[in-house]
Each structure stands twice: as C-alpha cells, then as structure tokens.
Write a protein that binds this ligand. Structure first.
Ligand code: IPM
Ligand code: MN
Length: 348
C-alpha cells in the first residue's frame, strides 16, 4: 500500500491528474498494488483565497508519503514568481529533491518537428540538478527603480550538490545500459568558476565509471545537437537553469508538452512526479487537454516505487493508446481527456 500525496494544482492540472489516478487504480487492481491518495489544494486558487502558498507544516506532512503526484501550479491572476517560488520550488528545495529527471523519448505515431528523425533517434534522459544554481533566489537590488539600479542574482554550486547529481547521472547511465554515454552540458568557456567545479567533479567521478563514456558539450552546442543529431545522446547531466531550458526543447522534439513528464527525485526521501507542461488555463474544464504526460509521470512514480512490472504495463498501454490518437495537442487528439485516460486504464 502506497501513500500518495496528490496536488492537482491549477488550470488543467486537476483534469490530467484525475486520469493519472484512474490509470493507477486500474493498474493497482491488476497488479495487486493499493494506493491511498490524499489530496492537497495548494495552488493559485488557494493562494487567491487565503494568501497562503505552501505552509511550512505542509512540508512535514508531505514527508510521511511514499511519493507526491503533482498536476500543475500557475494561475493567470497571480503575479509571476509567487507560486513558482512559494510552492513548486519550495517543494523541490524543502524536500531536497535534488534531481529533476526528464526522459526525452519519441514514441511511435508521435509527430516530431525534426525532419527525418524517428523513435530510434530520440531516446535520451536529462538529469537536471534541482536544488542549486541560479534557482536559489539569492541576490537583491540596489537603488531599485532608479537609473542607477543594480540587480544581482547569484548562482550557487556546491561540491556536494554537484557531485551527488553527477553520481546519480553516472548510475542512471549504467542502469539504462544503452549507449553508456553521459554528456555533461555546461558552459566551461564562460562560467569559469562554477562550471570549472562541474567539469572537475565530472572528470573525477568518471574515473569510477570506466564502462561509461564521459562526454562534454557546451550548452549552446547541446541545443544544436538536440535538433541536428539527437541520436548522439544517451544521458545528459546539467545545471538547474540549463536543464530547465533544454528540457523544454526536449519536450518539443518528443512531441510536445502533452507527452513530457518529469520526476523531482530525492533518492533518500520523498519524490514528486509531474507533467512538465504548465496549467494551460485556457483549456480548463473543457476535457480537451492531453493527459498522457500526467500518465507518464504516474509511470515514473511506479518505477521509482520499485513497481517495474506495473510501470512497464502502463507504458505499453499508453503507447498503444498514443498509436490511436490523432495528435498530442490539446483539442486535437481525436478523443477527450477522459477518453484517453479510459483507453490507457482499459489497456493495462
Ligand atoms: C519547470 C518549470 C519551473 C522551473 C518553473 C515553473 C519554476 O519551468 O518545471 O521546468 O523553472 O523549474
Ligand atoms: Mn521549465
């Protein structure tokens, strides 16, 4: 029996999470796994009502769960930054989810904007550092609003933080057992302090993994190769901000936000799984949003819980469902949100 905390969130978050739960319940029945879902209403709607984002006590509550299943946080009536830092980043940092794992995989029958590239070319994972870098919110203003204004935003990289992320990536590359190639994506030619630390740590840890090819690409070149030669990649490890950027590109080449999922992972603690697209408020309540990304997030959750057989069955059923869908885009699937969820549930 797994205790799952569910944060459906804003916009279309609740709709896609409902489908994910539907699929998890159906897979649970088939594989003898039971889930105890507990809902939390953190998000923009609650913030607008109460002024509260994520109370500290919530972090303690969440620590008692086996995993967290998150829909989307973001509300058009809330100023940018409040919900992101107050909820999403607070969860990632507070629960020390130091890995943001994002598979970039093109499934058959999914359209990619890359000409002449197919499922055999696009299959890699991005390991994004998730608790440091430019995301820590450190810095400030001087003479704000004046012509002499100074704005400082600090980037922090710790040896421990960098090393645990790089180690995770090497282990994952070994476990995947595909091309056995790990690419560090950074900017050592400009960020001569921070990324010197990344490069040195990467090279040191690489010594312990002689079976893995340790590769390096500057982040700008990475975006180029992701479009031109995505088949070169197996696992990419990168910093928080660069990972944020390249995984949106990754989501596009794998078929769009309707399909892209991610895990915020603390291998020693509580992890959180989410579709990486936003709350897509304009589609709210229309039963047209694609729930596949949320369903893949549920698959990642199962796999993280050690339920590999169930995770495999879920993936297979999702792939079968995808093969029947017209498109991955909202409103263009040929089915409604709940029909897609039904199809995956029935196929597991
Ligand atoms: C993501 C999102 C978040 C991030 C935002 C909403 C803070 O873009 O999960 O990639 O930048 O990490
Ligand atoms: Mn992002």
């Amino acid at each position: 029996m797994y205790k799952i905390a569910v944060i459906p969130g804003d916009g279309t978050g609740p709709e896609v999470i409902n489908e994910g739960i539907k699929v998890l319940k159906s897979i649970g029945t088939k594989y003898g796994i039971s889930f105890d879902f507990t809902k939390f209403d953190f998000g923009g709607t609650r913030y607008l009502k109460t002024g509260e984002t994520l109370p500290d006590s919530a972090l303690d509550d969440l620590r008692s769960f086996n995993a967290i299943y998150l829909g989307a946080i973001g509300h058009p009536d809330v100023k940018p930054g409040i919900l992101e830092t107050g909820i999403l980043l607070k969860l990632r940092f507070g629960l020390d989810q130091y890995i943001n794992l994002r598979p970039i995989k093109l499934y058959p029958n999914v359209e990619t904007p890359l000409a002449n590239k197919g499922p055999e070319d696009i299959d890699f994972m991005v390991v994004r550092e998730n608790t440091e870098g430019l995301y820590i919110g450190s810095g400030g203003f001087l003479k704000k609003g004046s012509p002499d204004e100074v704005a400082i935003q600090e980037m922090v990289n710790t040896r421990k933080g960098v090393e645990r992320c790089i180690r995770y990536a090497f282990e994952l590359t070994r476990k995947r057992n595909k091309k056995k190639k790990l690419t560090l994506s950074a900017k050592t030619n400009v960020l001569i302090h921070a990324h010197d630390l990344w490069m040195r740590t990467f090279n040191e840890v690489a010594e312990e993994y002689p079976d893995i090819e340790a590769d390096y690409a500057h982040v700008d070149a990475t975006t180029m190769w992701m479009v031109k030669n995505p088949e070169w990649f197996d696992v990419i490890v990168t910093t928080n901000m660069f990972g944020d950027i390249i995984t949106d590109l990754g989501a596009m080449i794998q078929g769009g936000m309707g399909i892209a999922a991610g895990g915020n992972i603390n291998p020693e603690g509580v992890s959180m799984f989410e579709p990486i697209g936003g709350s897509a408020p304009k589609y709210t309540g229309q039963n047209v949003i694609n729930p596949i990304a949320a369903i893949f997030a549920a698959q990642m959750m199962l796999s993280f819980l050690g339920e590999d057989e169930a995770a495999g069955a879920l993936e297979k059923s999702a792939v079968k469902t995808i093969s029947k869908m017209k498109s991955m885009g909202a409103g263009k699937m040929g089915y409604s949100t709940s029909e897609v969820g039904d199809m995956v549930s029935e196929g597991v």
